[in-house]
Design a protein around this ligand. Structure first.
Ligand SMILES: NC(=O)c1ccc[n+]([C@@H]2O[C@H](COP(=O)([O-])OP(=O)(O)OC[C@H]3O[C@@H](n4cnc5c(N)ncnc54)[C@H](O)[C@@H]3O)[C@@H](O)[C@H]2O)c1
Ligand SMILES: CC(C)[C@H](C(=O)O)[C@@H](O)C(=O)O
Ligand SMILES: [Mg+2]
Length: 359
């Protein structure tokens, strides 16, 4: 491959700090592999509201569509929380505008981080390697959100719906991915209460007929959230709706030691993918230089793997992350016997290590 064009959406809070580190690593990969890297920068979230009045300017959608892949930091912050056009609407908008219905969130424990996980060794066992496949452009996030007044009382409501077509395509994604892993899918729903979940479950069962080689089981979301901390090793692929996937992936991230470790890929019908850490803009630590950039760096590895099929280069980034964990740590995963690195130092170390690994 000769060139790659990436649209970069740094966003708010720690977004710019962590994206800058990921870009150092991406540049290192491109330099070492003779790939011409073209970067285009666009506005999303609070910074877009400040500069254009809206969280997702049309220009941002156009720039993303004109790129091979999108790298995103995070959006949001208290400053914009009172506005009707919140930064988060921009995030949902770009996912929807690009048709990115499948959000892949891998949660695994790097061996060096076993001690950072709040789970006991006896629970972690041989290790944990879960892939949360979260439906990203439907469900309660995209139903009507509104308020009404009844009997003088204000009522807020959010409509949750899924069509069979939406469930079918995310179920297929999950089964296909399970075939490349350990052939096991757990579909998480709330079918004991919600009609949407009953349709979800029926549809997943029907799609499964074409994937008999993959084991399928179903779990209610309350049980699944408990099982994730009781025995995470039982999971391979978890497929679930938009809101349950949001919550379960944050929970799964802690198994890895920190939310600063969890990367994600959002994929859709075309080849365009959006890559972002699962965490938010972390306003409490923004500007302090202490954010963990590893989730964003690992998102670049996912980009190289899913959009560009650059396996060797993706492996090199993951290896560099593994080596970094034995070398130094950001404060969220600090270890008594290792130096604490700031965000920048971690980015520099990773870029240098990637260059060495690909030399
Ligand atoms: N994809 C996104 O852009 C995204 C995701 C989640 C939340 N948000 C937004 O971010 C803002 C803050 O949300 P929140 O506080 O609930 O969640 P958050 O993920 O931003 O932060 C939760 C906690 O985790 C810590 N944390 C997060 N990322 C970290 C990192 N890389 N290194 C070290 N520590 C890290 C934070 O300091 C904080 O204590 C809100 O506006 C929210 O809507 C955006
Ligand atoms: C900020 C918010 C809209 C977003 C979501 O819920 O999808 C975030 O929590 C995430 O996980 O990417
Ligand atoms: Mg979330």
């Amino acid at each position: 491959m000769e060139r790659m064009k990436i649209c970069v959406l740094k966003g708010d809070g720690i977004g710019p700090e962590i994206v800058d580190q990921a870009l150092k690593v991406l540049k290192a990969v491109c330099d070492a592999s003779g790939i011409k890297l073209e970067l285009d920068f666009a506005l999303l979230g609070g910074i877009a509201i400040d500069q254009t009045g809206e969280p997702l300017p049309q220009q941002t959608i156009d720039k993303c569509k004109a790129s091979d892949a999108v790298l995103l930091g995070a959006v949001g912050g208290e400053k914009w929380d009172h506005l009707p056009a919140r930064p988060e609407k921009g995030l949902l908008g770009i996912r929807s505008a690009l048709g990115l219905y499948a959000n892949l969130r891998p949660a695994k424990i790097f061996p060096a981080l076993k001690t950072a996980s709040p789970l006991k060794d006896s629970v972690i066992g041989e290790g944990v390697d879960i892939l949360v496949v979260r439906e990203l452009t439907g469900g309660i996030y995209f139903g009507e959100h509104n308020r009404k007044t009844e009997n003088g009382m204000e009522i807020g409501y959010d409509v949750m719906q899924y069509s069979t077509a939406e469930v079918e395509r995310i179920a297929k994604t999950a089964f296909e991915l399970a075939r490349k892993r350990n052939h096991k899918v757990t579909s998480v729903d709330k079918a004991n209460v919600l009609e949407v979940s009953r349709l979800w479950r029926e549809t997943v069962i029907r799609v499964h007929e074409e994937y008999r080689d993959v084991e399928l089981n179903h779990m209610y979301v309350d049980n699944a959230s408990m099982q994730l901390v009781r025995n995470p090793a039982q999971f391979d692929v978890i497929v679930t709706g938009n809101m349950f996937g949001d919550i379960l992936s944050d929970e799964a991230s802690m198994i890895s030691g920190s939310i600063g470790m969890l990367a994600s890929a959002s994929l859709g019908v075309g080849s365009l993918g959006l890559y972002e850490p699962i965490h938010g803009s972390a306003p409490d630590i923004a500007g302090k230089g202490i954010a963990n950039p590893l989730a964003t760096v690992l998102s670049v590895a996912m980009m190289l793997r899913y959009t560009f099929s650059l396996e060797k280069e993706a492996d090199a980034i993951e290896k560099a992350v593994e080596l970094s964990l034995n070398h130094a740590r950001t404060p969220d995963i600090k270890s008594e016997d290792l130096p604490v690195y700031c965000t920048e130092q971690m980015g520099d170390f990773l870029a240098k290590t990637v260059r060495e690994l690909l030399a």
